[in-house]
Design a protein around this ligand. Structure first.
Ligand SMILES: Nc1ncnc2c1ncn2[C@@H]1O[C@H](COP(=O)(O)OP(=O)(O)O)[C@@H](O)[C@H]1O
Ligand SMILES: [Mg+2]
Length: 246
């Protein structure tokens, strides 16, 4: 088998004296959708941000397309074709929708801005309607769409998303996951961090389960959906009903 596109080997990450990731091994092939699920505080965001170089792994290796990114700065990592959609979207609220999108083109320069913006407006018609609106006035779902569109403006090969469904209504969550499917169909590789295990595992080719900084389980999306431990802890199913106290 060929080497994975992105590979983490025995990655450890600390915040001061606190160790947030323990010996994480994870790989993503070109064109795959891989999800990382886990409870609040498990270290999901830390893992995603460690790939992007902030915080930096304290030991272990991060490889991308055969290049060692372990000591690279975030802007250098972006120039390898990796884009990040951070938790909480981090759009610029006082800039317009279109201005936010233009910022996403910085890793590749201005040559394709008009072409890519117009193309992304076909994927996100809501953003086109609101192109001159201040981003801070968008709904939560529209802000998430903008964060994704901004990342795509850099023509990334791989897109890392941190909980894109967070705080959104169920119908909007379904729209966001449909957009992720469309993006995968464009040939992009997707790494998706989610607490919403149900949607994430249905979308993903493969998944990993992170428990207090350690990868505890891995398998295809279908295998993990079927796994009793996963069902019990993350899907709210398969739980034995406790007898009522007398
Ligand atoms: N900047 C930070 N400084 C110190 N501890 C942090 C920092 N960010 C996260 N942590 C701790 O690291 C652990 C993992 O957090 P995080 O990666 O945000 O988890 P998740 O995204 O799964 O909710 C938690 O115990 C959290 O309190
Ligand atoms: Mg998080």
């Amino acid at each position: 088998m060929s080497q994975p596109l992105l590979e983490l080997r025995n990655v450890n990450t600390h915040y001061g004296a606190i160790q947030a990731l323990h010996d994480v091994n994870l790989s993503i092939d070109q064109g795959e959708i891989v999800t990382l699920i886990g409870a609040n505080g498990a270290g999901k965001s830390t893992l995603l941000m460690t790939i992007f170089g902030d915080p930096r792994a304290t030991s272990g290796q991060i490889l991308y397309n055969g290049a060692d990114l372990t000591r690279s700065a975030p802007y250098d990592i972006a120039s390898h074709g990796i884009a990040q959609v951070p938790e909480g979207r981090r759009i610029f609220p006082n800039m317009t929708v279109e201005e936010n999108m233009v910022i996403g083109s910085l890793p590749i320069g201005p040559d394709h801005v008009d072409e890519d913006r117009d193309y992304l407006f076909t994927l996100f018609p809501r953003l086109k309607e609101r192109r001159n609106q201040r981003a801070g006035t968008l709904s939560g779902g529209e802000q998430q769409m903008l964060a994704i569109a901004r990342a795509l403006m850099g023509r990334p090969q791989t897109i890392l998303l941190d909980e894109p469904s967070l705080g959104l209504a169920p119908m909007v969550v379904r729209q966001i996951f449909a957009i992720l499917r469309d993006i995968a169909d464009l040939g992009k590789t997707i790494f998706l961090v989610e607490q919403n295990a149900h949607h994430a595992l249905h979308l993903a080719d493969r998944g990993y389960v992170l428990v207090t900084g350690r990868i505890e389980l891995t398998g295809t999306g279908a295998e993990l959906l079927d796994n009793p431990q996963v069902r019990d802890a993350y899907l709210g199913q398969g739980r034995k009903r406790k007898p009522k106290p007398a």
